[in-house]
Design a protein around this ligand. Structure first.
Ligand code: 5AD
Length: 450
């Protein structure tokens, strides 16, 4: 049977989609290749959030095609995911050797299309059409695909986003919000737990808007909190996480959920985007600086050790030095555990792309650098504060870089390395943090697990 290699760009949702496609292909008898150089089929699962991510995937595809041609190898190659959805047949016009373009509502058709291409029944397939109920079609898991996924799994709870932030291409790559049912999600989670999974991350482009139309608020609890409650009931599930939320979804019901549900990990990735009210408004974010600060305050009151992470865009059209300084000052005030900083990138068909006063690249670069310095300085202090502390980790498996070391994650979502062995895999254990590396903690289990 043919072998397939899938390379993934972008977010955790993309990782999850790739895993589901791999599982689907394995179930149909395909094998998974270790590299594109030996695979019969190469699929690139793409990201469109910034132009850079698209260029990376396009260059990679050129490279894959060029190498196969020079080595006179027959290979089926395809794009899937967000860029496939948003560029569609333009991709085969640009790169005529591409055989397959599979949109974000079509992942479950990958095996069927590849079979047709490999059998020579069709020369090329481009499918980016909408498909009803596709949000519930991604459910296969490949638990032994990697060490990590056997203890920790992603579950997709919804697709799409209706927020329409002016910078963001996601509404056009992932479509309107569509949620799965609570019963369906819980059944999938139960199945994973019965196969040994101990940690589940609920995924969606805007998870806090989960099920809004289908599940009215109950006892003051939003549909998303109702889902958290239901998943929390599953016996044997040790940890629950979710990503990505929207700040407007952090009502008191969600804040209280952190305090109420012991298996909901005290970690939150809350995208800020900007610390300036004027820019937040231009971005169509739907909250103010003060509102954001209020959420952080409440979360820390509920869970003092909560890990708080964020995304920030620098150089949005019209961002002045004063606006940018508002972002710097907010970061000083909040002291994020870490922040992912993005230089604003014009995306096709988004309102921000045609706003006046697009900033020169040099300004975006300069602000990126300044913010990065600040964020890293704060993050390093936060890492150092762990030294000497005892933390609980869930052990995911051997470290990729050094097989003698094992890797796990704290509840607040930090990576911990320690000298471990196979018997630690999948265990919840306590370690004492001895030292820090760049974005890593080094722990000693012997001290606390005698
Ligand atoms: N330019 C730069 N960054 C962007 N993001 C989304 N759209 C853009 C864009 N056009 C960032 C946001 C989001 C993260 C996933 O990517 O910060 O939270």
């Amino acid at each position: 049977m043919p072998s397939v290699f899938i390379k993934t760009y972008g977010c955790q949702m993309n990782e999850r989609d790739s895993e589901a496609v791999a599982a689907q292909l394995v179930a149909k008898g395909y094998s998974l290749a270790n590299s594109e150089a030996v695979a019969d089929v190469v699929l690139l699962n793409t990201c469109s959030v910034r132009d850079f991510a698209e260029q990376k995937a396009i260059n990679k595809m050129r490279n894959v095609i060029g190498t196969a041609r020079s080595e006179k190898r027959e290979q089926i190659v395809g794009f899937m995911g967000c860029m496939a959805q948003s560029r569609g047949k333009e991709l085969v016009e640009k790169l005529p050797d591409v055989d397959l373009v599979l949109g974000t509502q079509k992942f479950h058709r990958a095996a069927e299309y590849l079979d047709e291409l490999l059998a020579g029944k069709r020369a090329k397939i481009v499918d980016t059409d909408a498909e009803a109920k596709s949000e519930a079609a991604i459910r296969e898991h490949l638990l032994n695909g990697s060490a990590k996924t056997s203890v920790s799994a992603f579950v997709s709870i919804m697709q799409g986003c209706n927020q329409h932030c002016t910078f963001c291409i996601v509404p056009s790559t992932r479509g309107e919000e569509r949620s799965r049912t609570i019963d369906d999600i819980v059944a999938e989670c139960r199945e994973l737990v019965s196969r040994g999974v101990k940690e589940i991350t609920l995924l969606g482009q805007i998870v806090t808007s989960f099920g809004k139309r289908d599940y009215p608020a109950l006892d003051g609890k939003s549909a998303f909190v109702q889902l958290l409650d239901a998943v929390h009931e599953i016996k044997g599930l040790e940890r629950i996480r979710f990503t990505s939320p929207h700040p407007k979804g952090y009502g008191d019901d969600l804040v209280e959920a952190y305090a109420r549900l012991p298996r909901l990990c005290e970690s939150a990735h809350i995208p800020l985007q900007s610390g300036s009210d004027r820019i937040l408004k231009l971005m169509h974010r739907g909250y103010t600086r003060e509102k954001f600060l209020g959420i952080i305050q409440k979360l820390r009151a509920a869970k003092p050790n909560i890990g708080i992470y964020t995304d920030i865009i620098v150089g949005f059209p019209g961002e002045t030095e004063e606006d940018f300084e508002q972002t710097l000052s907010l970061c000083r005030e909040v002291q994020f555990d870490n922040a992912y900083i993005f230089k604003y990138s014009e995306r096709r068909d988004t309102p921000a792309a045609t706003m006046p006063d697009q900033l020169p690249q040099a300004v975006r670069e300069e602000r990126n650098e300044r913010l990065l310095n600040l964020v890293n300085e704060i993050a390093a202090q936060k890492y150092d504060a762990f030294i000497g502390q005892q933390v609980q980790i869930l052990v995911e498996g051997p470290s990729k870089k050094n097989a003698a070391r094992y890797t796990g994650r704290t509840r607040c979502n930090r990576i911990v390395l320690f000298d471990g062995s196979a018997r630690h895999q999948g265990q919840l254990m306590d370690v004492k943090i001895e030292r820090t590396g760049s974005f890593t903690l080094y722990g000693d289990p012997a001290v606390v697990n005698l």
